[in-house]
Design a protein around this ligand. Structure first.
Ligand code: NAP
Length: 324
């Protein structure tokens, strides 16, 4: 049987690396669009280097996207590339729009011209809801983005829906809530905390400064999220789905859990620093997973506690081995 071909943008990121693993396991021929960098950014995918083909391209450059699609002739395209850090979107709003919003226009237009029968997944985000008027949010909840990243993701979301309606392209948006893993950057609060708990346990640090401990988030595991993305493109008809855990936990609960994994009392190490308060913190972002559960049979396979434990364990091992 001829293997299916998939093209992943954002291959070098957290989700791209897990999705590539999943698709390789499923027998796909996997292509990844990677932008040129003067130093290597392939750390998350080195173990896959024999099984994936890297093609050079950039969401800022339309002709490179058309070349990559023409060369790879993918059955499925997963757009995971974006400027994905919300605070940076306030200091670089125009660049965020170029990558995260207009980049998707360029990609959709390239698909329409070069491979109109490819199935397309767009990485949408719960940040499109911003300050929602209902909780939990569903696929029908109004978009009220409250930062440039959310605005750019809302644009990309609606462009995907519009190309579906106007050109009959197979395009799906996965509205993902925060998802985490040992491959997440330490600038994101979940990994910042699990990493710091491991560092403090090993005597490599002695304090952790955080923002609002009462902020609540809907966190799920990145491997579970990418499985939901793949499921979405296996349907006959395209549609949009929320991918979330459907539960919230506070930063305080996360800290307690991470420090208890290493046998320490968090109150001895954690201090609150207003400098880390996120501007315009959205309230109660939590996703309803009724639709994806009923229609695609998807639900998270990892609990909050399991995620915390496996991420703390990962950092304990990594830091111990590196002798850092
Ligand atoms: P990530 O780790 O930050 O990865 C982002 C990827 O985008 C990297 O591979 C990066 O490449 C690539 N990229 C950035 N600008 C590009 C450009 N101009 N051209 C080509 N590639 C470019 O993000 P993630 O956590 O895997 O998230 C995947 C997607 O889901 C993103 O669209 C993100 O916004 C969205 N999302 C994520 C979460 C979450 O909790 N993780 C939640 C909601 C939505 P370099 O290696 O070259 O920088």
């Amino acid at each position: 049987m001829v293997p299916k071909k998939a093209l992943i943008t954002g291959l070098t990121g957290q989700d791209g690396s897990y999705l590539a693993e999943l698709l390789v396991t499923k027998g796909y021929q996997v292509f990844g669009l990677v932008r040129r960098s003067s130093s290597s950014n392939l750390g998350r995918i080195t173990h896959l280097s024999d099984n994936i083909q890297i093609l050079s391209g950039d969401l800022l450059d339309q002709s490179s996207l058309m070349d990559v699609i023409t060369e790879s002739q993918p059955d499925e395209i997963y757009n995971l590339a974006s400027q994905s850090y919300v605070p940076l979107s306030w200091t670089q709003p125009a660049l965020t729009a170029e990558y995260t919003a207009l980049g998707v226009s360029r990609l959709l237009e390239s698909i329409r011209r070069c491979k109109p029968n490819a199935k397309f997944y767009q990485a949408s985000s719960s940040e499109v809801f911003g300050q929602p008027d209902e909780s939990p949010q569903t696929e029908r909840t109004a978009f009220r983005p409250r930062n440039p990243y959310g605005v750019a993701k809302a644009y990309a979301h609606w462009m995907t829906v519009n190309y579906r309606q106007k050109y009959n392209l197979y395009g799906c948006c996965g509205i993902t809530y925060t998802h985490e893993s040992p491959r997440r950057g330490t600038e994101f609060v979940f990994r910042k905390i699990t990493h710091a708990a491991a560092q403090i346990k090993l005597g490599l640090a002695n304090e952790l400064r955080l923002g609002n401990l009462d902020a609540r988030r809907d966190w799920c595991y990145a491997k579970d999220a990418v499985y939901g993305m793949w499921l979405m493109l296996q349907q006959e008809k395209p549609d949009d789905y929320i991918i979330a855990s459907g539960k919230t936990y506070s930063v305080r609960e996360l800290v307690e859990c991470a420090f208890s994994c290493v046998g320490l009392n968090w109150q001895d190490y954690v201090s609150v620093d207003p400098a880390f308060y996120r501007p315009d913190e959205p309230v109660q972002l939590v996703g309803s997973i009724d639709k994806i559960k009923t229609q695609l049979g998807w639900q998270p396979q990892h609990t909050f506690e399991q995620m915390v434990e496996l991420m703390v364990d990962y950092d304990l091992k990594k830091l111990s081995n590196s002798g850092a």
